[in-house]
Design a protein around this ligand. Structure first.
Ligand code: TMP
Length: 226
């Protein structure tokens, strides 16, 4: 786990497209605010005007996996400097829809791009940030990983909206991405919180709430069932 100064909390949501992670952001934000926390809600690629411009390129334009990786890390560099670091320094909660795990899952596992290059970019962009020692990477304290079979995610996505470049990928691509997430979760088991995203939406929310209470990130709602 990566400590941050002054009680800031860096929480990310991850999973393949169609896993339903973003639909819980409103509830998460409200839950933290009800406990008196200030919440910065953001996403990757994106979160600053320049990073959102890079997002549009990454999601719509054909490009090599190296270009894709450079652009998502360029966007991340701006996002960390302008949004994430300042919010953590103020002791706020940063709720971020995707972060570097997505790069290892999509560009690394999905595209088959060299993960050693990704690790180098990660070092450049995330080492020694937010008041951390020079060798330490800025990482989320916890990552909610919405785990869902790619076939079910594809059914959920079908017809939902005009697919972007990634959403239009075949199910085999998402099998590799899902495996990439599973490998990341195994390698960093104390950071990853696996959420069974195949369940109904309110059961998924219960899993999130219970997991965050168990880790001391949220306190139990008064009067809630034990
Ligand atoms: P979203 O649809 O959840 O907002 O994510 C945007 C898309 O960008 C999603 O298909 C995953 C992809 N992506 C990458 O390929 N690499 C990354 O590093 C990030 C953050 C997202």
């Amino acid at each position: 786990m990566s400590p941050t100064r002054d009680g800031g909390l860096f929480l990310t949501l991850e999973g393949i497209d169609g896993a339903g992670k973003s639909s819980h952001l409103d509830a998460l934000e409200a839950r933290f605010k009800a406990q008196g926390r200030t919440v910065v809600r953001t996403r990757e690629p994106g979160g600053t005007p320049l990073a959102e411009t890079l997002r549009a390129l990454v999601l719509e334009q054909p490009m090599t996996p190296l270009t894709e990786s450079l652009l998502v890390f360029a966007a991340r560099c701006e996002h960390i400097a302008q949004v994430i670091e300042p919010a953590l320094a103020r002791g706020e909660v940063v709720l971020c829809d995707r972060f570097t795990d997505a790069t290892f899952a999509y560009q690394g596992a999905g595209r088959g791009f060299d993960t050693a290059v990704l690790s180098t970019l990660e070092q450049w962009v995330q080492a020694g940030r937010a008041g951390l020692p020079a060798a330490q990477l800025l990482q989320p304290q916890f990552t909610l990983w919405f785990d869902l079979a790619p076939e079910i995610a594809a059914q959920r996505l079908a017809g939902a909206r005009v697919p972007d470049k990634f959403e239009a990928q075949p199910v085999e691509f998402f099998r590799r991405v899902a495996q990439g997430y599973a490998d990341r979760a195994t390698a960093d088991a104390s950071r990853f919180v696996r959420i069974d995203a195949s369940q109904a939406r309110d059961q998924v929310w219960q899993q999130i709430d219970t997991a965050l209470v168990a880790r001391g990130v949220l306190s139990q709602v008064q009067g809630a069932a034990q």
